[in-house]
Design a protein around this ligand. Structure first.
Ligand SMILES: [Zn+2]
Length: 384
């Protein structure tokens, strides 16, 4: 190992003190509420999220084929390799894994054991080393990462980070799998992580809907299984949109903070950010959420619900949040038109025309393009 690589691996892997602390602890037999679709990870301490992640792993896969210390080291190092950005951080990675765990628990027959392993670990790692900027930004700022991967730039990087962690000493949680199983799981993890690019969600969704409508979907067909896995990954990635209202609101705050930070960075180099990323446009948040939930999240949960009916709480939670955002957006509109009317009495109505044009600026397509996870791709391809 080169000196640089050795140093990097030291600084990016977990500390011995954290490892010692967790290895002395017993993995609990039960954790209340963790398999509830409305479980709220944002209220857990970071180390408790590590404990919960280990519990979920052991609950799903047992320890007979996995080393406990490797599992702890791996999970701690994953935590460390999420950056302290407002949204795409350890809390988000953990939340997505928790949602996947919940789906697997409620629909234990949907996926096979090795697929579950890939789905769960893929979810936990799916945004590793995210920098809080989307694919479009990475391309436009000529980030070295975008030079390596021109499509799904970030997602390829998240997968590479996963492999890098697995390769560190004492981190290979798949060490006891046969080489065939190892290859299968790793290939499947790659598929799962890349599927979190919303650029792939739209074509995946279209293909899967067509299969379902034509009654051609078969659970036994490997290609169809990959499609449903991809939709399940997106569903979990968007899980904040299905959580209880207080969690939804808190999450939307940090999502927009991350968007605005990208908008600031764009302004700093003389570019005009899209309205959703412009921090002077906070009044547009509710409308933007309406577009995002109704244009992306609900269709995703409806499709998942069709194929895995036990995921209904995700669809219901998202519908409830959509109603709330609609109400807020409606109120904002009324408020704005009241102000316009008042202004109109004193000034010329020319202002109104300008404002109306502006309102039309943010279309659903635009929200699709730059949506929640905010990773975007070249051309019209985007993601979460
Ligand atoms: Zn994500």
């Amino acid at each position: 190992m080169s000196v640089a690589l050795e140093m990097m691996s030291y600084h990016s892997s977990c500390g011995e003190d954290e490892l010692g602390l967790l290895s002395r602890e017993e993995v609990p037999n039960q954790l209340a509420g963790v398999d509830n679709y409305y479980f709220c990870p944002i209220f857990l301490e970071d180390m408790d999220k590590v404990r919960h992640a280990i519990y979920m792993f052991v609950d799903l896969f047992g320890l007979s084929r996995f080393e406990k210390d490797n599992l702890i080291r791996f999970t701690l190092t994953v935590k460390k390799n999420y950056r302290r950005v407002p949204y795409h951080n350890w809390t988000h990675g953990f939340s997505v894994a928790n949602s996947m765990y919940t789906i697997i628990k409620h629909a234990p027959k949907a996926f096979r054991p090795l697929e579950c392993l890939a789905l769960f670990i893929g979810s936990l790692c799916h945004d590793l080393d995210h920098r809080g900027k989307n694919n479009k930004f990475m391309l436009e700022t000529e980030s070295p990462l975008a030079a390596i991967y021109t499509t799904s730039t970030l997602e390829h990087h998240h997968f590479n980070q996963t492999v890098t962690i697995l390769q560190q000493e004492g981190h290979n949680i798949f060490g006891k799998l046969t080489s065939t199983e190892y290859k299968q799981v790793l290939g499947n993890i790659k598929h799962c992580i890349l599927a979190t690019d919303l650029a792939l969600f739209f074509p995946n969704k279209a293909r899967l809907i067509k299969l379902v409508e034509d009654k051609l979907f078969e659970w036994e067909n490997p290609d169809h299984r990959l499609l449903i896995e991809a939709i399940a990954m997106t569903a979990c990635d968007l899980c904040a949109s299905a959580k209880p209202w207080d969690v939804q609101v808190e999450t939307v705050k940090v999502i927009f903070e991350e968007f605005y930070e990208q908008g600031d960075a764009e302004k700093a180099v003389g570019k005009k950010p899209i309205p959703m990323m412009d921090r002077t446009r906070t009044d547009d948040q509710a409308e933007s959420q309406v577009g995002f939930l109704s244009g992306i999240c609900i269709p995703c949960y409806e499709l998942l619900h069709k194929l895995i009916p036990d995921t209904e709480p995700l669809l219901n939670g998202c519908k409830e949040n959509l109603q709330r955002w609609k109400q807020i957006a409606e109120d904002k509109k009324k408020e704005a038109s009241k102000i316009k009317e008042e202004d109109g009495e004193e000034t010329d109505t020319g202002i109104e025309e300008v404002n109306e044009e502006e309102e039309g600026e943010e279309t659903i397509e635009e929200i699709d393009d730059e949506c929640v996870d905010g990773k975007n791709d070249a051309g019209k391809e985007d993601d979460t």
